[in-house]
Ligand binder design. Structure first.
Ligand code: FE
Length: 330
């Protein structure tokens, strides 16, 4: 009997300890991009992190269904449009953290503090250096000019990345002017839209088209292969609002029983020691000013970015979808 109660109390102590020293992260990011940083966090803090990977929409659904019993402490994903949806579904907690506010520029986090950008993803112009030169390009809007007829390749507007790009234009110019621009893009298409950025880049490299708009990390990956060294990056809109920037980010789940450690984890990811690495893992850009960028993308130089608050990319998402439909952008 004594033995049993000893075992029972040990179990209770163990499970209490377990509650306070473990975190569960629901993430749509590829595990290999975050595992090393998670390991570093565990080594430094003793807090174990369980990763549950999946599709962002399914993970949000799951948190919703699990309700109060959800083991999720953190929801991590890519694109402000998706994080905005999570906040709309009311599954994220408001977090008041001086460290997060200090490390993450205001335009890269939710204005209501429900989610935070942890890396920056720039979406810009990439062209074939066999066909064009740097000074042939200026802005996203210029790609609507008839001089680009039959030269432009685009990824589908069904991808949230392009919806967010269109949302950023709606914010800058309003619906009608943005519609004109996107309609011009569609008239200039060399071929059907692509299902992903990599295929759009390959089409530029092979000469099927001359220019496209992609997230820079896809270009960085392809440039590891000399076959694609005719692909050149151009930083769009440098003389006006700047390059369209999106984020990967995360928020603390409203029903988390470990909010303190969850915040600690986000603070860690925004810190200097994590930022260099976190952004580099996917050849993205750090959100923390002054953090190192990956060597392989250093030669693209610095760029000025559109400092629209990324929450707007979410709130204008519906309008962006409607605009794409109106102009027949599949
Ligand atoms: Fe991507």
């Amino acid at each position: 009997m004594k033995k049993i109660s000893l075992l029972l109390s040990l179990f209770i102590i163990f499970s209490c300890a377990k509650d306070s020293s473990e975190l569960t992260v629901y993430t749509s990011r590829q595990p290999q991009l975050i595992e090393p940083i998670v390991e570093q966090f565990t080594n430094e803090t003793g807090i174990k992190v369980n990763l549950l990977s999946g599709n962002a929409q399914e993970l949000m659904e799951r948190i919703d269904i699990e309700g109060e019993d959800s083991p999720a402490d953190i929801f991590m994903t890519v694109d402000a449009g998706v994080l905005w949806q999570a906040a709309e579904r009311d599954i994220l907690a408001k977090i008041d953290s001086e460290i997060l506010n200090e490390n993450i520029p205001a335009h890269l986090r939710d204005s209501k503090n429900e989610w935070f950008g942890l890396s920056k993803r720039a979406r810009t112009i990439v062209f074939s250096s066999d066909q064009f030169k740097d000074n042939d390009f200026s802005t996203y809007e210029d790609l609507a000019d008839p001089k680009w007829k039959g030269k432009l390749c685009l990824r589908t507007s069904k991808k949230v990345y392009n919806r967010s790009l269109i949302a950023s234009m709606i914010d800058a110019y309003g619906f009608d002017k943005s519609k004109e621009v996107v309609s011009g893009w569609i008239s200039n298409l060399a071929t059907e839209v692509f299902s992903n950025d990599t295929n759009a880049l390959k089409a530029v490299s092979s000469g099927q088209c001359g220019v496209t708009i992609v997230n820079t990390y896809y270009l960085a990956r392809l440039l590891d292969d000399p076959e694609y060294n005719n692909l050149s990056l151009f930083w769009a809109n440098q003389s006006d609002r700047g390059v369209h920037v999106n984020i990967s980010g995360a928020g603390v789940v409203k029903t988390s029983k470990n909010k303190k450690n969850a915040v600690l984890f986000l603070e860690y990811l925004s810190s200097n020691k994590a930022q260099d690495f976190y952004a580099s893992a996917n050849k993205e850009y750090p959100v923390l000013i002054g953090a190192k960028i990956d060597e392989s993308i250093e030669n693209w130089g610095s760029f000025s970015e559109h400092t629209i608050n990324v929450s707007k990319l979410g709130s204008l998402q519906k309008e962006a979808v409607f605009l794409a439909q109106e102009v027949g952008y599949k």
